[in-house]
Design a protein around this ligand. Structure first.
Ligand SMILES: NC(=O)c1ccc[n+]([C@@H]2O[C@H](COP(=O)([O-])OP(=O)(O)OC[C@H]3O[C@@H](n4cnc5c(N)ncnc54)[C@H](O)[C@@H]3O)[C@@H](O)[C@H]2O)c1
Ligand SMILES: [Zn+2]
Length: 567
């Protein structure tokens, strides 16, 4: 009798990722639920050599430790069933990757180095090889940069940002993927060969994974030229595409995209809406529905949204609703759209009563950010988009903050090297992807993305959305939040100054002279972010660390807004 094993889930789960990301905790939980043993390769090294990985590295050097680790990994890889938690660097060895890939379903646990550093016990906890000492976060950031391409070889990407709830979500995510798709993933052609290859995996810049949906974000110069390949990669070849763009973007990039689609033999139609927020209406959505109906668009067809946040939001809204949901590929062309609007699945239109009042959560099937398109973006739009990039750095990623500081003038001058620009947008997109993946429906962690937005939104709305662009208002709002955090003793004045310097170098405003403080304070209490009458502020308690606070004294809020208004 033969058994068909092709659809049976693999009997081994391998966890890879940076030291401290949660491999042991998650491994233990998985092992318990599956009733399998947990093999921790660092523990196995300790058992055999009577020395920890850290001690071995110090005493015998890293190459010797890696050799021992390879022997241990080879032994562990033979055990089924088993959950295997690997040492952070094990994945660097192609021999290890091959061995682990033989029976294992390889899961990459991902969190930012700052988040991991925050979690690591200050003292008395286990000594972790290669990352002990004061500069934990700096070291983790370096390791992350070197290892990420190899971690990207994994079969599954698992975000683990946040607290116990997100850890629990990560465990469920792994179990669900293991039960449903692991068999298919590990039997992909040439997988072992790819695992063994010394060429790092060329994965997308980031992935969003909300358990229900998973999609790649590609960020690079010339990305739009790869559109036909990308459609094929995500399994959409042969579908008709419906391109939605606005008049400005059509003029600058429409022809090129049409030529790429033609060249790829992709058929479809396109629709150009007038540029500007005024197009984000139900009337415009109706116009698009009727166009799709006239073109006989089917559910299996794909909407391509080429443009800034307005096109992303409107097209996403149409895609969410037409035929009860069509696939949308976001092709953002503004800094704001690349970092924010295109990622995360929030789609909406405006009402006369307020912005984004009608909408849905509808994740795209892919995001392609071609940084070459940013060259034609009006200067003010370009700059305001960086307010959100700086925001991501401030709340989550000190390394990104340093990168921005080091190249601020060049980037702000719209003359940055395209690869540098792509690296920065990729890193910022990855942060948004991590947060969104951990909290797709905005129940918790995602709230930290509102840094600078409590005051920022109020400034925008009380000035009728004409005086301040969103990013400019957020820039002022971040300065307000930083002042509040400093007054509460959460950060030093030096952090406030650092934030101010960077925003200033980008030409973003730090104050909003002349705003009507009463109106702003009033708008703040009416904002969506108010919970049970208390204003909620996202505040820094260090660079790369943000918390949501509902207990900021009212008089401090009033004083802060007054100070911003004085200029
Ligand atoms: N869904 C979300 O999560 C989310 C997040 C943030 C913002 N938004 C929404 O995004 C919108 C703002 O986005 P935006 O700033 O990109 O606005 P936008 O789409 O209006 O673009 C700004 C201007 O730049 C033009 N433009 C865009 N790309 C260009 C390019 N490459 N070359 C030349 N011109 C170009 C546009 O035609 C427009 O005139 C708002 O409606 C906001 O509500 C949504
Ligand atoms: Zn914003």
């Amino acid at each position: 009798m033969t058994t068909d094993t092709s659809h049976t889930p693999p009997r081994q789960i391998v966890l890879v990722g940076l030291s401290g990301v949660g491999k042991t905790t998650i491994g233990r939980a998985l092992a318990e639920r599956l009733g399998w043993p947990l093999l921790d390769t660092d523990d196995m090294v300790l058992e055999r050599e009577h020395k920890t990985a850290a001690e071995l590295i110090v005493e015998r050097g890293e190459p010797e430790f890696r050799r021992i680790e390879e022997e241990i990994v080879a032994l562990a890889a033979l055990r089924t069933p088993a959950v295997i938690a690997t040492g952070g660097g094990a994945i660097l060895s192609s021999r290890n990757r091959r061995a682990l890939g033989e029976h294992g379903f390889i899961c990459y646990l991902d969190a930012t180095p700052t988040e991991i550093a925050r979690r690591l016990p200050a003292e008395g906890g286990p000594v972790r090889p290669l990352i002990d000492g004061d500069e934990v976060e700096v070291r983790l950031t370096e390791l992350d940069a070197v290892r990420r391409p190899f971690y990207n070889h994994a079969d599954l990407w698992v975000p683990v940002m946040g607290g116990p709830a997100e850890m629990e979500a990560a465990i469920s995510r792994i179990l669900a993927a293991w039960a449903t798709e692991a068999a298919e993933l590990v039997s992909r052609p040439r997988r072992i060969e790819r695992l063994g290859s010394d060429v790092p995996a060329r994965g997308p810049a980031a992935v969003v994974d909300t358990t229900e949906e998973r999609y790649p974000i590609w960020v690079a110069p010339g990305e739009l030229k790869r559109l036909p390949d990308r459609l094929q990669q995500i399994g959409l070849e042969g579908r008709r595409v419906f391109l939605i763009t606005d008049s400005n973007v059509m003029e600058k990039h429409g022809q090129a995209v049409a030529a790429v689609l033609d060249g790829g033999g992709i058929s479809g139609a396109s629709y150009v809406i007038p540029a500007g927020e005024e197009s984000k209406t139900q009337r415009m959505a109706d116009e698009l529905y009727r166009w799709l109906a006239a073109e006989r668009a089917e559910r299996r067809d794909v909407i391509l949204a080429l443009g800034g946040g307005v096109v992303c939001d409107l097209s996403g809204y149409v895609a969410a609703t037409y035929l009860r949901g069509m696939a949308v590929v976001q092709l953002p062309t503004s800094v704001l759209a690349m970092n924010d609007a295109a990622i995360g699945g929030k789609v909406a239109i405006d009402l006369p009563e307020g912005k984004n009042l009608v909408g849905a959560f509808h994740q795209p099937v892919a995001v392609l950010s071609d940084v070459d398109t940013l060259g034609t973006l009006p200067r003010r739009s370009y700059i305001e988009g960086f307010a959100e990039v700086i925001k991501h750095a401030l709340i989550l990623d000190p390394g990104l903050l340093e990168l921005l500081e080091a190249h601020a003038r060049q980037i702000a001058g719209q003359e940055a090297d395209p690869d540098l620009l792509a690296a920065i947008i990729a890193r910022s997109s990855r942060l948004k992807a991590l947060v969104v993946s951990s909290d797709p429906l905005e129940r918790g962690l995602r709230a930290i993305l509102n840094y600078g937005h409590t005051i920022g939104h109020a400034i925008e709305s009380t000035t009728g959305y004409t005086e301040y662009m969103h990013g400019e208002a957020v820039s002022v709002g971040m300065m307000g939040a930083a002042r509040i955090a400093a007054e509460l003793g959460m950060i030093d004045q030096s952090v406030v100054d650092r934030q101010a310097d960077l925003l200033r170098t980008f030409g973003l405003p730090l104050v909003a002279p002349g705003i009507n403080t009463t109106a702003v304070l009033d708008a703040m209490t009416r904002d969506k972010k108010v919970e049970r009458g208390r204003m909620r502020f996202v505040l820094l308690h260090g660079v790369g660390r943000a918390v949501v606070r509902g207990d900021v004294p009212e008089d401090l809020v009033v004083r802060t807004v007054q100070a911003l208004a004085r200029g």
